[in-house]
Design a protein around this ligand. Structure first.
Ligand code: UT7
Length: 319
């Protein structure tokens, strides 16, 4: 069993859709500003009672159905999230209980918007080592809970959602290469620097960001890590059928594609409809393009994450 192959994808978006016009009634912004600076038209926002594990559950059911695998057959569950249901237990354990996948190990990965790519990389190592055969990797977020809805610089950018994949051990090519990086010295440009201490929230519990610094770093590292990952397979950007960068801003997606020399019609874009769903953005976009028939078996898809930490990474997948 040489490869970890994606054998099923799924996703879930909360039903409540919030338009840019609705946000412009809450903060000093406009549909024109949000569209022209980010490409975002709308975002989905979870109901107050909906948690990351609820969203993850719906996405996982779809991925398991697509894979034809029962939850009870899973060997491992990994959930990438920065908006867990609780401090503990992990969202992955709560998801395991909802799925009825008894006894398999389950844990969360905290790498913010790179979390799904981090999760894929970990799952790949377990499968290639021969230890596990079927792994569920989920990105699930309710970023609406950590947004300062009075800060127009951040609240217009994010949305809620979940995406999931089932990976299985296979002789056919699957995850061809993956590369992860982090630079903790850049923690200050994107963070939610609060904590619970002595029964109270201390520090700042809202997402704070230096947008321009994040933008510049994101464009540079998405280019670098794409090339690094392709080089491990002796491939060029031209060999990629589809590019799925983290869906933060359409200008970041365009700049990344341009630097790599990849045509924009080979880039999967969902940020216009989903906004930035952090760890959920890459598996959500993957599932959308698998289900609408653009991504086909045999296609090479380059998945890229970048976000708080600072963290970044890429995974080249043959579907
Ligand atoms: O997962 C990774 C997380 N984040 C990202 O990837 C985000 C990366 N950064 C970005 O996408 C962009 O930097 C933003 C979309 C956040 C901002 O775009 P920008 O072109 O860098 O705008 P800016 O921050 O330079 O702001 C330009 C102006 C400012 O006004 P002044 O100082 O020129 O008068 C802002 O106050 O736009 C103002 N502004 C807004 N105006 C209307 C900031 N937010 C808004 C808003 N509506 N929502």
């Amino acid at each position: 069993m040489k490869y970890a192959r994606i054998v099923g994808t799924g996703s879930y978006l909360p039903v409540n859709v919030v338009s840019n016009d609705e946000l412009s009634r809450r903060v000093d912004t406009s549909d024109e500003w949000i569209r022209s600076r980010t490409g975002i038209r709308q975002r989905h926002i979870a109901e107050p009672a909906q948690t990351s594990s609820d969203l993850a559950y719906q996405a996982s059911l779809q991925a398991l159905a697509a894979a034809g695998i029962a939850a009870t057959d899973l060997d491992l569950i990994i959930v990438a999230t920065s908006t867990p249901d609780f401090i503990f237990p992990s969202t992955a354990c709560l998801l395991q209980a909802k799925l009825g996948a008894k006894r398999c190990p389950a844990f969360d990965v905290q790498a913010v918007c790179s979390g799904f790519v981090y999760g894929l990389d970990i799952a790949d190592k377990y499968i290639r080592s021969g230890m596990y055969r079927r792994v569920l990797v989920v990105g699930a977020e309710v970023f609406s809970r950590i947004l300062d809805w009075n800060d127009r610089g951040t609240c217009v950018l994010f949305g809620d959602g979940a995406g999931a994949v089932v990976l299985a051990a296979d002789d056919k090519p699957g995850l061809l290469a993956s590369v992860l990086h982090a630079d903790g010295s850049q923690f200050g440009i994107l963070s939610t620097p609060g904590q619970v201490c002595g029964g109270k929230v201390t520090g700042d519990p809202f997402l704070r960001m230096d947008g321009q610094a994040v933008f510049k770093l994101a464009v540079r590292v998405l280019d670098e890590v794409a090339r690094e990952t392709l080089a491990l397979c002796n491939l060029q950007p031209a060999d990629v059928d589809w590019l799925i960068p983290h869906q933060a801003n359409v200008r970041i997606l365009d700049a990344t594609a341009k630097r790599l020399g990849i045509a924009t019609d080979k880039v999967i874009v969902t940020v216009d409809r989903h906004a930035n769903t952090s760890a959920a953005s890459v598996p959500l976009a993957l599932d959308v393009a698998v289900r609408d028939g653009r991504i086909k078996p045999g296609h090479k898809v380059l998945l890229e994450g970048v976000g708080g930490g600072f963290t970044w990474g890429a995974a080249l997948v043959e579907m």
